[in-house]
Design a protein around this ligand. Structure first.
Ligand code: ZN
Ligand code: ZN
Length: 436
């Protein structure tokens, strides 16, 4: 069998299991869970991989799992990833009535693709043609919800990072994985030219309380400090370069307690995103200066807590190209776009910092991601074609003594693991400022 014959043999085998593949996808859709609480999903993934005869390592980054299979011949280890978590979208048709978690980002479909890719790649009829090995990895917490819960796990020392893949990198799960790939659900087939990374900021303004009617002159108004900081942050926006894709957005979890008391404490939670670690730090530093300046203006205090979130995603053109060729085989009549920049963020960015990676979007969904309108509109594309993309990519990587896999594994990455961990920790900080 040559490579093309093997590819069409596997595609026919996948087609013959269409119903089963769609069924597990729909089961996962009805099992939405939030970050680091993906217990049912994790058990589902483990059971599927164990049924294939694989040994599953569990409780990686709390709910993550990994199972490996080797061809018995030397070659790179290809990590095939599937994300376990959903996010809070209460009005989603398949939202959990208690937690309000929903698969409004389509992780269930991409996870399903990973599970069934494992079903076919572990068959001797496929494996016997390849060299190297596979690691099937279920990764927790890409959406990082809910944040206070994750922050509590970090405080207790159970986690170092918000993102599941970041945490898995820190725990060594990717140490022996040479190449990583995953898919993401969307409206079109495309490969991104990059994603923003971000830093999470908790900005605490401390003033002095006083009677808001009788003696406001005795108080220091923490809301006034905060809104002046907001105005100064807004005024910084024209200093950001278009090519850095800076986004600054947030909300106010604490904004005072009573209408007739000058508020002495407010909290502003902010996310600063940009396309490179340098641009994230530049924008983050400008925000910090605005916060300190507001405290100076009012004679108050501020505390800034910066926790580095995700790294920007680095594209690997050769890997994207390999994927595009396989999309052409499976879906020749659908458009494919190369190089769409995503100003949102993913912890696959973190993996891409240290390993040649693929993070490609597959069609089959309609509506806006992260809203109640995001649902599979073409089940064959969402559940079946996505399996084929992963399997065909895997065959290309490990065919012919894994020649292509070795070439992609050797592509340079911006950082190694140690540099990555150092950067993640170095970019996090606590800064205090007081006029007292
Ligand atoms: Zn999402
Ligand atoms: Zn997502």
């Amino acid at each position: 069998m040559n490579k093309n014959e093997l590819k069409s043999f596997v595609c026919s085998a996948i087609d013959s299991k269409q119903e089963e593949i769609c069924r597990t996808g729909e089961e996962l859709l009805r099992m939405p869970e939030l970050a680091y609480k993906e217990n049912k999903t994790s058990a589902f993934v483990s059971a599927h991989l164990e049924k294939l005869g694989l040994q599953v390592r569990k409780n990686l980054a709390i709910t993550g799992v990994r199972a490996d299979i080797s061809t018995g011949r030397p070659g790179p280890r290809v990590g095939i990833l599937g994300e376990l978590d959903g996010l809070i979208v209460p009005n989603h048709l398949f939202a959990d009535p208690v937690t309000h978690a929903a698969h409004a980002c389509g992780h269930h479909a991409a996870l399903n693709a990973m599970l069934h890719a494992a079903s076919f790649l572990t068959q001797e009829s496929v494996l016997s043609h390849l060299s190297g090995s596979f690691a099937f990895v279920g990764t927790p917490s890409e959406e990082c919800q809910d944040q206070p819960y994750i922050a509590s796990l970090i405080k207790k020392g159970q986690l170092q990072f918000f993102g599941g893949k970041s945490q898995m990198i820190a725990e060594g799960v990717f140490d022996d994985i040479d190449i990583a790939m995953m898919l993401h659900a969307g409206a079109e087939n495309f490969t991104p030219s990059g994603f923003n990374g971000f830093v999470m900021k908790r900005l605490i303004f401390k003033g002095r309380s006083a009677h808001a009617g009788a003696a406001p002159e005795k108080g220091i108004n923490a809301i006034s400090m905060m809104r002046c900081a907001m105005t100064m942050i807004d005024a910084q926006r024209d200093t950001f370069r278009d090519e850095d894709h800076v986004r600054i957005h947030g909300y106010i979890p604490e904004g005072g307690e009573a209408v007739n008391v000058v508020p002495d404490n407010t909290v502003f939670t902010l996310q600063v995103r940009a396309g490179s670690p340098e641009a994230i730090l530049d924008a983050s530093e400008k925000v910090d200066r605005c916060v300190h300046a507001a405290a100076l203006a009012f004679g108050g205090e501020t505390q800034i807590e910066n926790i580095f979130g995700f790294m920007p995603l680095v594209p690997y053109d050769a890997f994207d190209e390999l994927h595009r060729e396989n999309v052409k085989i499976v879906s020749p009549d659908t458009p494919f776009t190369k190089g769409i920049y995503r100003p949102s963020s993913t912890d696959m960015g973190d993996v891409s910092m240290i390993r040649p990676s693929l993070h490609a979007y597959f069609r089959g969904f309609a509506g806006s991601a992260h809203t109640d309108t995001f649902l599979a509109s073409d089940k064959k594309a969402a559940y079946v074609d996505s399996v084929k993309y992963l399997v065909l990519n895997a065959i290309d990587l490990l065919w012919d003594d894994a020649a292509t896999g070795k070439r992609i594994a050797a592509l340079p990455t911006p950082m190694n693991k140690e540099e990555y961990i150092k950067a993640m920790k170095g970019f996090s900080s606590v800064k205090k400022f007081s006029c007292q």
